[in-house]
Write a protein that binds this ligand. Structure first.
Ligand SMILES: Nc1ncnc2c1ncn2[C@@H]1O[C@H](COP(=O)(O)OP(=O)(O)OP(=O)(O)O)[C@@H](O)[C@H]1O
Length: 676
């Protein structure tokens, strides 16, 4: 076909047709005989017919038609061939199988023939990215090359020809998150064989490699907020597996959890026979930093399961999204909802414990009466809530992997906020309470930090190190604010009779850590400062405890003060929210106008005077909604403190003139926004 086209083109270029005999053209293109003789005759006839009226145009037309027909024939032939002799599969991004295949491509070095790469300096544990080699001087460029496979690639796999092509958009942002990206991409894999078994072998191989590569890791799928609500489980992170033994909980807790999960996974048949949905729910509850999340990760590692973590407070997570996300989790995936209490109304809306410093400051700023305008204050005063409803949540939990053997984990710091409907068996089958560290846990943590293998000189049979021997270890980095664990003389450690063995130190450390006062995370943070100095860790333990207690006192005091301020602010807002039992706060609805400022100032002045029992100003003060002021939502008179941040008028005389004339020569001093 190629030679035919070539020769035809040659003839067009070399043969002026008009002044030659009709048969000459066909002869000159070499088509007069053999296979193509009918075509040459046709060309000759056409040329003779049109003669000088455009023989070249006709030839071009005929040539174009031939090429197009040939192209279509070729396509048709290839399509027949593909149907008859190829097996094709399509993998959608977001599906776990997609990742398996991408990994196989990387391992088979298909990327070496790729010409499109996304380069990212974001170093992750991805296995599908191609890392840069070490340079001669030993330095390494910290970049990864992620092949896009946007062009078709042909390679051999176990003797078969395989062609792959990726379709859909891929961006740098996508590759930072996962190989499949977030753009709804898909991968087409064509294997040139008639045997369907080859296809399943290919996928099995891809899966085995994925499992093998991820053996030391736990794969954690998350939802990337930036990708918007159309993308489920858009981020996959690979975390090093954590041994179950590293989770320090009271005796038997971890084992019973693991046994339960194992038993659940292996008893699918029993569930089917009994007609019970094959699902299992666990609730881990207790103070932050006591090991709830770590337990789930360690469990997933031990059972080789992948984790799918969702936070209900994410921006676009509502009932529908939750439902879709839960259904997209494959069999034996662990579905984790963190801080599940945020789906439930709180009894104590004033509790500032849930606010970090920034959100507390934002709350005080936004609810400052001198700054709020119209309805904005009502909006700002509401705590941030999830869009997920209780019934939506329960529906999802009831349906989680009903036939697919999914495990559901919920964590919370506030079990008391959960609706009993959630806690009923069938939804939550096992509850595990986490508490502040016991002495036993403190001792175990110490043992984990300072194993005998790393400190043979402290083993029972090892050479004793003399008390106070060697250079004093450097103080630990400050874990608590203002804390520096110093190397003070220690009567128990420095006595000449002290037997400094690890078991002695473990016991002494456990002895010095009070029961139930610190979280395991706090103790871990402290010990991290003494990675190579167990004696110093014990020496500094009492200082750590003292500092910790001081800090806790400080925190409690601040919390109490904040709680009072927040409650006061909410009361003031409630009293002045139309439809919530209060009237309009003077001046708020029309803030920023001069008269509004005046009204507000005058109103506050009157209220303040009334609350403190002072004599009413000599001149009556106009008050837009006077009934809103004397009490706060029926909670008694307005206190002077409550009104402190509100504007004050510079003197009664100004108020007098306010009533009688407009425009008013009144100056109001507005305080700075309170964010404290
Ligand atoms: N019981 C524990 N055993 C071992 N490590 C722990 C334990 N508790 C906490 N840690 C350590 O403290 C850190 C925080 O733990 P983790 O995130 O599991 O706590 P959490 O209870 O889930 O907290 P939150 O409620 O804030 O999510 C981790 O680094 C973990 O290693």
């Amino acid at each position: 076909m190629a030679s035919l086209v070539y020769r035809l083109l040659g003839s067009l270029h070399s043969a002026p047709v008009a002044d030659k005999a009709p048969g000459h053209v066909a002869a000159s293109v070499g088509l007069g005989r053999g296979l193509f003789s009918p075509l040459s005759e046709f060309l000759g006839a056409a040329n003779a017919l049109l003669g000088a009226y455009g023989g070249n145009s006709v030839k071009l037309l005929v040539l174009g038609s031939i090429i197009e027909t040939g192209r279509r024939l070729f396509q048709w032939f290839m399509a027949r061939f593909s149907i008859e002799y190829c097996t094709t599969m399509r993998l959608a991004s977001g599906d776990p199988a997609y990742e398996w295949v991408v990994l196989l491509l990387t391992q088979e070095d298909v990327w070496r023939r790729a010409r499109d790469f996304i380069v990212t300096a974001n170093n992750s544990r991805r296995k599908w990215a191609v890392r840069t080699e070490l340079k001669e001087d030993g330095t390494k460029v910290n970049a990864e090359y992620v092949p896009t496979y946007a062009r078709p690639q042909l390679f051999r796999w176990r003797g078969y020809w395989v062609e792959i092509q990726r379709t859909g958009n891929i961006t740098a942002v996508d590759t930072q998150q996962s190989p499949q990206g977030a753009g709804g991409a898909s991968m087409t894999v064509t294997i040139y064989t008639l045997d369907m078994k080859v296809l399943s072998d290919f996928m099995e191989d891809a899966h085995d490699r994925y499992v093998q590569v991820n053996r030391p890791h736990v794969v954690v799928h998350m939802i990337e907020q930036n990708f918007g609500p159309n993308h489920l489980w858009s981020t996959a992170k690979h975390k090093m597996k954590r041994p179950l033994s590293s989770i320090i909980l009271p005796h038997g807790v971890v084992d019973s959890l693991v046994d339960d999960a194992k038993e659940f996974i292996s008893s699918e048949g029993w569930y089917a026979e009994a007609g019970i949905p094959h699902r299992r729910g666990y609730l881990l509850y207790g103070p932050p930093g006591t090991g709830k999340t770590s337990t789930i990760y360690a469990l997933a590692g031990a059972l080789n399961l992948e984790i799918y973590v969702l936070s209900l407070s994410s921006r676009f997570v509502d009932d529908a999204y939750l439902q879709r996300a839960a259904s997209a989790i494959p069999k034996h995936g662990i579905f984790v909802i963190e801080d599940i209490d945020c789906a439930f109304p709180r009894r104590d809306e004033d509790d500032p414990d849930d606010m970090d410093d920034a959100s507390y400051a934002a709350f005080m700023h936004n609810t400052n009466p001198t700054r709020m305008v119209g309805g904005m204050r009502t909006m700002m005063a509401q705590p941030v809530r999830t869009a997920v409803t209780l019934s939506g949540l329960l529906n999802v939990i009831d349906g989680v992997g009903s036939e697919e053997g999914k495990l559901f984990f919920a964590t919370t710091n506030h079990i008391e906020r959960l609706d009993p409907a959630l806690l009923r068996p069938g939804r939550i089958d096992m509850k595990v309470q986490y508490e502040m560290a016991t002495k036993e846990q403190a001792g175990k943590l110490f043992e984990r930090f300072f194993p005998e293998t790393r400190f043979p000189e402290l083993s029972e049979g090892g050479a004793r190190i003399a008390p106070q021997s060697g250079p004093a270890p450097s103080p630990a980095p400050s874990y608590f604010r203002n804390a520096a664990a110093v190397d003070l003389p220690d009567p128990e450690l420095d006595s000449p009779t002290s037997a400094l063995t690890l078991s002695f130190l473990v016991n002494l450390f456990a002895d010095r850590i009070p029961e139930g006062e610190f979280t395991t995370a706090e103790l871990q943070g402290y010990l991290q400062g003494y990675k190579t100095a167990p004696v110093a860790a014990v020496r500094g333990a009492m200082t750590f405890v003292e500092k910790g207690r001081e800090e806790r006192k400080d925190r409690d005091r601040i919390k109490t003060e904040r709680r009072a301020r927040v409650r006061e602010r909410r009361a003031l807002l409630a009293a002045n929210t139309p439809g919530a039992g209060g009237g309009l706060m003077p001046g708020v609805a029309v803030a920023n106008t001069r008269s509004a400022r005046m009204e507000r100032g005058l109103g506050m002045l009157a209220a303040s005077a009334q609350a403190s029992g002072a004599a009413t100003p000599a001149v009556p003060v106009p008050m837009p909604v006077p009934e809103a002021l004397p009490t706060l939502n029926g909670n008694g008179p307005v206190s002077a403190e409550t009104l402190a941040p509100l504007p004050k008028v510079n003197g009664v005389a100004s108020a007098a003139s306010a009533e009688t004339s407009s425009p008013v020569p009144v100056t109001l001093s507005l305080p700075e926004a309170e964010t404290r």
